[in-house]
Design a protein around this ligand. Structure first.
Ligand code: DGL
Length: 262
């Protein structure tokens, strides 16, 4: 693998674009290939075996397209498949769970809440990892079945979005000092969530990208070119709706989105 190869980013859909935004900000000269598996979203209601199979197909596509490392920019896929992908591929692959856990541990909080997909909630992964280092932190996990599909469909187009968000937020413990957004789709509605939570809102994307940077540096794979990098998007579902939402979130026009069948 050479330094000029791309970084691959994968998610079940749009969510990973929140990590991509950090990636572009912190490493602007890297070339990036993004895959959103919009045909198979949401991953959050699937089994571990299904998610592993879907994620492996994307990783194989990214490796075929000469990626030097891969970011699993999806909490659900990181929990279900990161170990499996690392065992089956010979390029560095990082997930996003440790980034969120790290921020919680460093924040010195007594009590935190975690907003995530049903799969992530059921796995208890964040809680286990936090308690491995500090058993005293109270962790309250709220699985939100509908949020990811609503964001993917177009948040503003859903009439009762506020009621649904209210219902999920009513399960967030009032004593939580911080709320970890443990689904990469949720930064798309960070402002709406912020109106319903008075503590700190944790978005782990920048921390995840710092891990990407460290991994590339350790493997002597940082791109040394001075020019701005390129980003190519691939989706397994509909191109236009993805393009519109990704452009809005990235505040960027004319991104290149292509359809792929995996
Ligand atoms: N962005 C994904 C995550 O971080 C959403 C998973 C889904 O498709 O349900 O978990």
């Amino acid at each position: 693998m050479v330094k000029s190869c791309s970084i691959g980013v994968l998610d079940s859909g749009l969510g990973g674009v929140s990590v991509l935004k950090s990636l572009i900000k912190l490493m602007p000269n890297e070339d990036i290939i993004y895959v959103g598996d919009t045909k198979n979203i949401p991953y959050g209601g699937r089994t571990k075996e299904e998610i592993r199979k879907l994620a492996l197909r994307i990783v194989e596509f990214l490796i075929l397209n000469k990626c030097k490392m891969i970011v699993v920019a999806c909490n659900t896929a990181s929990i279900a498949a990161l170990d499996y992908l690392q065992e089956n591929c010979n390029i560095p692959i990082v997930g996003i769970i440790d980034a969120g856990v790290e921020i919680v541990l460093e924040g010195g909080y007594k009590e935190v809440s975690i907003l995530c997909t049903p799969f992530t909630a059921k796995s208890g992964d964040h809680k286990k990892k936090i308690h491995k280092k500090d058993k005293k932190i109270k962790v309250n996990v709220v699985g939100c079945e509908l949020l990811c599909p609503m964001i993917e469909k177009g948040w503003e187009t859903i009439k009762n979005r506020d009621d649904i968000l209210d219902e999920y937020m009513s399960h967030v413990s009032k004593d939580s000092e911080a709320l970890l957004l443990a689904c990469t789709h949720y930064p798309f509605i960070k402002d709406e969530i912020g109106k319903k939570f008075s503590g700190e809102i944790i978005v782990p994307s920048d921390e995840c990208v710092r891990e990407v940077y460290r991994t590339l540096r350790e493997n002597n794979l940082l791109n040394e070119k001075k020019k701005k990098g390129t980003v190519e998007f691939y989706v397994t579902g509909e191109v236009d709706s993805f393009k519109e939402k990704a452009e809005k979130f990235l505040k960027q026009k004319n991104i290149n989105v292509y359809k792929i069948d995996l």
